[in-house]
Write a protein that binds this ligand. Sequence first.
Ligand code: PLP
Length: 472
Amino acid sequence: MKTIIEPFKIKMVEPLKLTTVEQREQALRQAQFNLFQIPAEDVIIDLLTDSGTAAMSADQWAGMIRGDESYAGARSWFHFERVLRELTGMPHILPTHQGRASERILFELIGGPGKVIPSNNHFDTTRANIEHSGARAVDLVIAEGTDPRNRHPFKGNLDLTKLEALIDEVGPEHIPLCMATVTNNSGGGQPVSLANLRAVREVCHRHGIPLFLDACRFAENAALIQQREPGQSGRSARSIAREMFDLADGATISAKKDGLVNIGGVLLMRDDALALRANDLLILTEGFVTYGGLAGRDLEAMAQGFIEVLDEDYLQYRLRSVAYLGEHLLAAGIPIVEPPGGHAIYIDAAAFCAHIPPSTFPVRPSCAPSTATRESGASRSAVLCSTRWILIPVRRFIPRWNWCDSPSRVGCTPRATSTTPLRRRSNSSNNATRSEACGSSRPHRHCDTLPQNLRNSSEPMVPRSVDRKSEM
Ligand SMILES: Cc1ncc(COP(=O)(O)O)c(C=O)c1O
């Protein structure tokens, strides 16, 4: 299957400011190459992140209007709780304003000096919250997960031998929980298999260690299991997702990903005593337990998002769009982390820019703490780039629902394929953009910045002038 019809139609568009190559180069210079400093309005194709950039559906917007803003026990809370309980089976459901708020509460409760928290790969904010508590964050992804060219179908899997060795080394009493990030964002957006989750749970439970999911992209992980894991193709993504949650003792979720909303998060757990303490912290810093730092309308939008994200047509479209972009980048000779995962394409910048020594790689200045005033993630990424990876991944995230043509066509092709400008669904609170029309038989101006070898390629090309280093 080469192309796919988007399973949605559009009734609202958001205008884009079109800029010239010169204006974009000027914007880059003004930002001192710190991409977080560029006003979003000056970015034509914004692949900075998939986080909170989804366009919402008609039913989500309808839910926003229905939102009940009562302080305690609002109708929207009960709706949200019912949807999350059906989805995850977890008895304790705490709404938070985003994923890192769930992490902060969790690790304030179970972290601390002397504690060790393993995962496949901790996401930046998870690691930061663990370390902020005084605990140590350890990454135990399988070896295949660190090799960009390896096409193992589940490169997000945890290495069971390394997990057993860590438990032996530090003692289970020092490991308050083990995490599994699904999909594994810091490891190239790679999925974790059900078989691996079952095995990790078995090891953890044998040692009395709870297993928590970082379930930001649980639906995409479930869909990749459906596609890639033997024996799973006949199941619905919903039932696979439910089994993933059934294997876990709790979860942190940023609803800004597979919750399909612009803001929101969830903390889930089975342990009654832990949940009681988490509720106390939630009230202290987020809000009452039935709204958790959000408005009733946000809870409605989240509830609907968590239903819609498991739509099989949407998930098929989503994975196919990401894979399609990856295939065309590979065909154009651009090295990426293979195989494509569920939400982004990771360019192996160390291989792509092999002529630049890693120590002077341009992303480093762009990540320097001194220039990272808007988002501390920028400085964290320098660590990601320089020490934790041999490859230097530059992630191209794909915002959800935003494009009415495959995101693989962002950029341009010298071949005339269409005369229809790409448009994106409108969304009041996000700044993601639609691409330029790509139907021209002559290269667009921004393609002039491409290296000569790519300029002559007959494959779709991605304009380097809109490359962004992302940390989300
Ligand atoms: C795997 C993972 N965990 C946690 C987070 C943090 O979520 P938030 O940005 O909502 O705080 C992110 C955000 O990108 C993520 O990708």
